[in-house]
Design a protein. Structure first.
Length: 202
């Protein structure tokens, strides 16, 4: 005979187990992805805070699902690496979208590599490898921040790349005039994007 309260107690224990394990992994994924994303956001890169947080969260979730599904088949568990392999492939396509070829130069390689590294951190978290994920986050930040500033301080023969932000209150800014001034100064324009802000056009 089963006591009426056992089902609710069992459900509560399962929920607490989720909060203590899977919930902690998902929460830490937001933190670690947010730390790397904040650095990218401060550097004014396309894949910023929210993008890296979602990549890390999504890859962690996929790894958790992969492990859970692999143990649903009883005596013949499935390979949990299949979903992880799909995550890496998908992130590769996402990173490829951030790479731009223009004016004989290539930009966005570091951003693409960062998204790939963040996905790897998420997979480590989903597997319960907290120390590995935290170490990888620290090494990624060191690579982006420390070595990034060292690289900018030394000439590598590739020329300098600058991001110029122009804010105007005109609804139809004369972009041809801006491009003309840049051309007169011998500056090659690799890419351009515009957006509407609360204070004007950027």
């Amino acid at each position: 005979m089963r006591l009426p309260g056992l089902d609710s107690i069992s459900a509560m224990q399962g929920w607490m187990e989720f909060i203590g394990s899977d919930g902690a992994r998902l929460g830490l994924a937001l933190v670690l992805g947010g730390v790397i994303g904040a650095e990218r956001e401060a550097s004014d890169k396309p894949a910023g805070l929210r993008t890296n947080m979602l990549i890390c969260l999504g890859s962690t979730l996929m790894m958790i699902l992969s492990i859970r599904v692999s143990h649903m088949n009883g005596a013949s568990p499935a390979d949990p690496g299949r979903i992880a392999q799909g995550v890496i492939t998908g992130i590769g396509f996402l990173g490829a979208g951030t790479i731009l070829h223009s004016g004989g130069g290539v930009t966005g390689l570091t951003t693409a590599a960062t998204t790939w590294a963040v996905a790897g951190i998420g997979l480590a978290l989903g597997s319960g490898l907290y120390s590995l994920a935290i170490l990888a986050t620290a090494m990624t930040l060191a690579t982006l921040w420390v070595f990034g500033r060292l690289a900018h301080g030394h000439s590598n023969g590739k020329g300098s790349h600058w991001a110029v932000r122009i804010i105007t209150s005109r609804p139809d800014p004369d972009l041809d005039l801006v491009m003309g001034h840049l051309k007169q100064e011998g500056i090659t324009l690799l890419g351009m994007r515009s957006l509407r802000t609360k204070t004007g056009h950027c």
